[in-house]
Design a protein around this ligand. Structure first.
Ligand SMILES: [Zn+2]
Length: 271
């Protein structure tokens, strides 16, 4: 699923493509179930004629701020993609929604598994207000991480993926950050030492920045705004590397199921 680096790559592409300042001539829904709020006809009616004023990101959510004061919010979930296509571009597989811009280009929302969602709300906080600090925001400091970990007994990995704890990390970057920090995914949060918290905080920033520099990680689904995959797979140290030698100690990487998600780690470096 697209995580923070992938969503931020798409946001950067949207900014670079000059979408901010453009009008939405028309919104079309090919699958009404993609819209969480308001009811689908209302969603299309209220979007028509609006101008995109800014594009923000919070965790894994993309937020289009409109001239009406409303926000169009997109969550790509497992297989969603936002694609910017010229007028002559061919049909899009799994197209669920389409926003026709006033310069003739189309912002397309495609999603094979239909898990991605769209909202049009007066106040973005209604959708993203419950999220924990964004993993790359200035307010996510080592001190904040230490305080949040200190009060929890849950194992680290699922906690790092809990969007109300810290927003933006998913399965890939939680595993990668824990490997880089040398901490076992099952370690109870309150048992992480102050030094380890600082190392973990730094590791989170490092894996996210590395992934953004490589325009995200693509296995089968993630695509950027022009439909191209990211280049970060070669940088992954543990994720989906079961049985392959650890980059540091040569011990084979192990995989365990943790709350239904494959979790990859080095049993020696993260002992
Ligand atoms: Zn190792």
């Amino acid at each position: 699923m697209p995580e923070l680096p992938e969503v931020e790559t798409i946001r950067g592409d949207i900014l670079g493509a000059g979408v901010v300042g453009r009008g939405i001539k028309e919104a079309q829904l090919l699958w009404a179930g993609a819209v969480r709020e308001p009811e689908p006809r209302e969603f299309c009616r209220r979007l028509a004629g609006r101008t995109i004023r800014a594009v923000a990101r919070r965790g894994k959510y993309l937020i289009f701020h409109l001239d009406s004061g409303e926000s169009l919010i997109v969550h790509l979930k497992m297989t969603g993609a936002l694609l910017l296509r010229g007028p002559a571009f061919g049909p899009e597989p799994y197209l669920r929604a389409l926003f026709l811009l006033d310069d003739g280009r189309e912002l397309r929302f495609a999603d094979a598994r239909k898990l991605g969602r769209l909202w049009l709300v007066d106040d973005a906080q209604k959708v993203v207000g419950k999220l924990g600090p964004d993993a790359l925001a200035a307010d996510f400091t080592p001190q904040v991480l230490a305080v949040r970990l200190g009060s929890r007994r849950a194992p680290l990995k699922p906690l790092l993926m809990d969007q109300e704890f810290v927003s933006g990390l998913g399965n890939i970057y939680a595993d990668e950050a824990l490997f880089l920090a040398g901490i076992h995914p099952l370690r109870p949060a309150h048992q992480v030492s102050p030094t380890e918290v600082a190392t973990l905080h730094q590791a989170i920033g490092q894996v996210l920045h590395q992934a953004m520099a490589n325009r995200g990680t693509s296995f089968s689904d993630y695509r950027d705004l022009s439909g191209e995959p990211g280049n970060n797979v070669g940088e992954l140290r543990v994720y989906r590397r079961r049985g392959q030698p650890c980059f540091r100690c040569q011990t084979p990487i192990e995989r365990m199921a943790l709350r239904g998600r494959g979790t990859y780690f080095c049993p020696r470096c993260q002992g």
